[in-house]
Design a protein around this ligand. Structure first.
Ligand code: NAI
Length: 630
């Protein structure tokens, strides 16, 4: 290949996420009572060498003397290191293969564990420079090759001198010894690699800081796998989103900033300019004005169920994909509903309150099992349907009513009308969505249809129940117990008083909209939303998006993927295809879906294409967003 740049890569904490000798100590002293102390001793020796108190070779000798490795430990180490390759190296395997002649791994570590790891990536054995152990006939390490420059101070510099590479040399590493190659005039540029460790002394000296290999490849136009370095995609997560979300996105290479609170419209307008992915919960309002400032925004993750806080039409018109977590807290709501049914059938809250006041009220009067009772579920969606399954497992007889045709799960029975359901149920539980027409769905007339002494639950949306009517129904004894988790007016913060006519009523459980508020649900949401965002950014898949036309796409293999979002006007697909045909481009696959506002076209094309095509595609009138995946 006609390419005269040489790329020199460090091994420990660069090619792999860890320091090999640390991992070796873990393997050798696994289960040893003094493991921590021994590891500390090793770390102390390393830092003495770093600070120049002892020579690099002395440090190596001392550490080997403590570790006393056997060949089998070193072989195990190689296997463990193969699982610890840096994420951005893993996703850029094609780069190593394509530029194999020009890539060198130079390390103060040892061939025995470096070679198996890096050759698996296509690095040529003759381009790996590292130390060699000597072994006795039983496989015990007896020493190392002290003739090798890499076993001593300034080893990397000496090695580079000997190599005398005929072209520009770029060094990528996390340590000071990597920078020294450049300082000695043997490299044109030094890139501080910070994916695994950040050392400020090293970063200060670097020509570029590269948070992942993607960034290095992009800067040098060597990217073969990733079209745009993910570390340049800035993710802002607000409102204390579960940390698992930031971890997932960071591991995938994105730059992630987290804030514990919501931002006001004004703050968000200022902050959003550089943000490509915004994560919010229910408090941050993403208004049209905010979206006007969002020049780089590709996706919004609502780490909750509802998306009312987002101006969806405005987001759609900007080609911003919105994702939420519609099922992640389903189980939590269902568990609370079941707990409340039992609590209400046994008057638990009233009995507990009385006992707190010193009143012993032991009686079976008005207390029932839920087994065998008729549960009427209004709204057989994600939550209603799961409640159906678990309630049956507890021996309840389940009936449901939904405005849409829904498959009955287990032995559940479908009712033809709300009236029919309400008339036969011992317990009524609402799990409908919050569409406007559901306002006051349950009012005097509907309570009138219910059985005397019914148990009533609303864990869906506040406005679907007429609260004064509920109060009257409790007053007449029609409703013998109720659990309400959602209210027409809910305090916006924990400091605001909760005002409701339901306060103080008997056998009435009031909870502050916590149906879905469990650690598990938060964690599920924290995992689910990033997975949708990753899919969208990495593959173009809009599966699960609440506003973009949903397209689940096959994996991209040996092709480039053109992703085009445009206003929904006729003829765009024809224009795209005309441009591709004019350039003789072979289309491998094409997918189109539209909604009222926009069209989403994915075109997979052969790897070989001319850059002019991209310019022309971008210029198509009514284009909202265009990007390309490699
Ligand atoms: P979903 O959208 O999967 O199910 C709602 C179902 O209700 C749909 O099948 C729909 O056809 C049906 N429906 C709508 N209007 C109806 C009507 N008038 N009569 C009969 N059926 C009707 O929603 P999902 O995920 O099951 O959530 C249900 C409700 O629970 C939603 O209102 C949601 O906001 C609320 N929720 C409350 C939480 C809490 O913390 N309390 C947590 C999670 C969800």
């Amino acid at each position: 290949m006609d390419f005269n740049k040489f790329i020199v890569i460090d091994f420990d904490s660069t090619f792999t996420k860890v320091e090999a000798l640390d991992l070796l100590a873990d393997i050798i002293f696994d289960g040893h009572p003094e493991k921590t102390g021994i590891k500390q001793q090793i770390a102390d020796i390393t830092s003495k060498a770093m600070e120049g108190e002892i020579s690099f070779r002395q440090a190596l000798e001392k550490r080997i003397a403590i570790l006393k490795p056997h060949k089998k430990h070193l072989e195990q180490l190689a296997v463990r290191l193969s699982d610890q390759v840096s994420e951005s190296f893993k996703r850029n395997q094609s780069f190593f293969k394509k530029y194999a002649d020009n890539i060198y791994v130079i390390s103060n570590g040892f061939h025995i564990f470096i070679d198996p790891v890096v050759t698996a990536f296509g690095i040529k054995p003759e381009n790996i420079f590292a130390n060699r152990f000597f072994f006795d006939e039983h496989g015990n390490v007896t020493g190392f090759d002290t003739e090798n420059p890499l076993s001593d101070n300034n080893g990397k510099v000496e090695q580079l001198k000997r190599l005398n590479l005929p072209g520009d040399v770029y060094v990528i590493g996390d340590g000071y010894t990597d920078y020294e190659i450049k300082a000695a005039g043997l490299a044109n540029k030094f890139y501080a690699f910070t994916e695994n460790v950040e050392r400020s002394a090293v970063m200060e000296k670097a020509d570029h800081i590269t948070p992942s290999l993607d960034e290095f490849l992009f800067l040098n136009k060597l990217n073969t796998a990733i079209s745009y370095p993910k570390n340049r995609i800035h993710v802002l997560l607000l409102e204390n989103i579960h940390p698992v979300a930031a971890n997932i996105l960071r591991t995938d290479g994105f730059t992630v900033e987290t804030l514990p609170h919501a931002l006001t419209e004004e703050e968000l307008c200022r902050k959003i300019e550089n943000v490509s992915v915004l994560g919010i919960r229910s408090k941050t309002q993403v208004t049209e004005k905010v979206l006007q400032h969002a020049n780089r925004l590709m996706a919004i993750g609502a780490f909750c169920i509802g998306t009312n806080q987002i101006d969806l039409p405005a987001a759609t018109q900007k080609g911003v994909a919105v994702f939420n977590a519609p099922f992640s807290n389903t189980r939590s709501v269902v568990e609370l509903a079941l707990a409340e049914m039992i609590a209400l059938m046994r008057k638990l809250v009233d009995k507990s309150n009385k006992l707190h006041q010193g009143i012993w009220d032991k009686s079976a009067e008005g207390s029932y099992e839920i087994r065998g009772k008729r549960l009427g579920i209004v709204g057989y969606g994600n939550i209603g349907a799961q409640l159906s399954v678990l309630a049956e497992a507890l021996g309840m007889r389940v009936f449901y009513y939904d405005v849409e045709e829904k498959l009955a799960l287990g032995n559940a029975t479908k009712c033809k009308s709300l009236k029919e359901l309400l008339e036969l149920s011992d317990i009524v539980s609402l799990h409908i969505d919050g569409r406007e027409s559901n306002t006051n769905l349950i009012s005097d007339r509907e309570f009138g249809w219910m059985r005397q002494g019914v148990i009533f639950l609303n864990l869906s949306r506040g406005h679907v129940v007429d609260i004064p009517a509920l109060r009257r129904a409790i007053g007449t004894g029609k409703v013998a117990g109720c659990a309400i988790d959602v209210f027409p007016h809910e305090p916006t913060s924990n400091n605001e008083e909760f005002i409701s006519e339901l306060r103080g009523l008997p056998n009435t459980i009031l909870t502050p909209h916590i149906g879905g508020s469990t650690r598990e649900a938060q964690e599920n949401i924290g995992m689910f939303v990033p997975s949708r965002i990753q899919d969208y950014i990495n593959t173009g898949s809009t599966s699960g998006s609440v506003n973009l036309p949903n397209l689940a796409l096959p994996a991209l293999e040996n092709a480039h993927r053109l992703i085009h979002i445009h206003e929904n006007v006729p003829g765009i697909l024809a224009q795209i295809n005309r441009i591709l045909a004019n350039h003789n481009i072979n289309v491998v696959g094409q997918y189109l879906k539209t909604n009222e506002l926009i069209g989403y076209v994915i075109t997979d094309i052969d790897k070989e294409y001319n850059k002019e095509v991209i310019r022309e595609l971008r210029k198509i009138e009514h284009t909202i967003k265009f990007r390309i995946l490699y």
